[in-house]
Design a protein around this ligand. Sequence first.
Ligand code: BGC
Length: 559
Amino acid sequence: MTDALVIETPADQETPAWWRQAVVYQIYPRSFADANGDGLGDIPGILSRVDYLAELGVDAVWLSPFYPSALADGGYDVADYRDVDPRLGTLADFDAMVEALHARGIRVVVDIVPNHTSNLHAWFQEALAAGRGSAARDRYIFREGTGPDGSEPPTDWQSTFGGGAWERVEDGQWYFHHFAVEQPDLNWANPEVREDFLETLRFWSDRGVDGFRIDVAHMLTKDLADPLPSSVELEAIPRDGNHPLFDRDDVHEVYAEWRKVFNSYDPPRTAVAEAWVETPERRAKYASADGLGQAFNFDLLVADFDATQFRTLITVNLAEALVTGSSTTWVLSNHDVTRHATRYGLPPLAGRRVKQGTEWVAAGGPEDQLDREGGLRRARAATLLLLGLPGSTYLYQGEELGLHEVAAITAEQRQDPAFFRGGAFDGLGRDGCRVPLPWTADGASFGFGSAGSHLPQPAWFAEYAVDAEASDPASTLSFYRRALALRHELQTGETLEWLETGREDVLRFVRPNGWQVVTNFGTEPFALDADTGAVVLSSGADAEASVPGETTVWIAPTA
Ligand code: BGC
């Protein structure tokens, strides 16, 4: 990688390129901090914790949806794109939060959900009332059913969360929903839909938002010309730009229009695509400077804690970034996946529901099979490796506390539609990573709010509470704080060079300024040569002459 172009990123992050190597902290607002004691996190709650975020040392926050929503999908069912859910606050609260974050040098990224609205959105209600063939229905994807009386859905397609992808309305027509029934897909061939989202982007940009995270950016445009394929046929169609539903080339026409809006601001607004696509080449299209500019790379999030997988995926993604001119993004946890401390602490498949025939069965209870310490040790090692890589890193709230996934949530307490529809996400759903944060070891809902919390917090949360960890130099919180502070000091050009270690289970690389990262994925200690510079941070036990098993160290550049 040494002959690669070196893109300098100023350490002060004071340029339009601030996002290139930023650490972005994802807030799931309804589970972060609850200021009004209704059991749901809110915007004033975030405002009350801006100093925590500043002390953590993040460059930006990304807020999952905080818009009015019936919470059929945790807020990804948006009823009004240009307002705040009254349970979470007001636009004035939002402005105050942005101001407070900006005053601390923290940028603000908000989530845009353009593939579908809530069924409670005024447009969808209008579409239901207006009936077949109306302009209001054309904003969505309505079709006649099949079978003699149209009582069969237009196709046998399955939704991402499980169950059919079509829902019948009172007058007999059907509408398409990639996700839950309450999330009707928009028709992106409709000019009014396109225009309205431009207005939404301007609305938040005008309020000082610095960037956008684009939900399922690869799904917006569709080709639903008759005859529609069956689900088996659909599955066989390559996702190479012409698939009827996914990753179509014409979606980039949408993002080219968005880019004009982003670039009309100073500094230009940024965007990052959530695009689950087949190849790095397909992903590159979303990261293009004429489009969204950056795309999530989820490769490590789905990889094992394994040196060979990490090395290959890092190399591929850095090469891809050079082609697009964007910077890559590293992610280990978010609101859609099992927390990485838990993933690395469970035997394969434990704690997940797996499908046997048509039945979902538990493959094992995580609480009894989880290696809590080992999972966290590996998670800290992987995180410190990530934070040493060129590009930006996305952190998910609670990982800085070393939180594990919460398994003890009964079916009655669960909220995720994926759980109820038996679809994606291992069949267990995503509630376990969305449990409200513990701020204090004691007190109501561990300091989340004055009342309860909308998902149950387990007793072991006390150990991971912010107040317990803040004063403990060995805690995961102290470790994240040191890592982020040091990263700011050490930050350098966007390349790395691999150094040979003589061990398959040890990765070592050096950044252009001599900053070295060594990760020992194995269990045997890895000896450092005598002339290696000083170890400035270890993800585990103190390391000087050798790197213990399942540990990452950073070595400072020698003067
Ligand atoms: C979000 C999910 C959401 C889905 C539908 C995503 O990929 O990250 O949380 O359920 O889009 O909006």
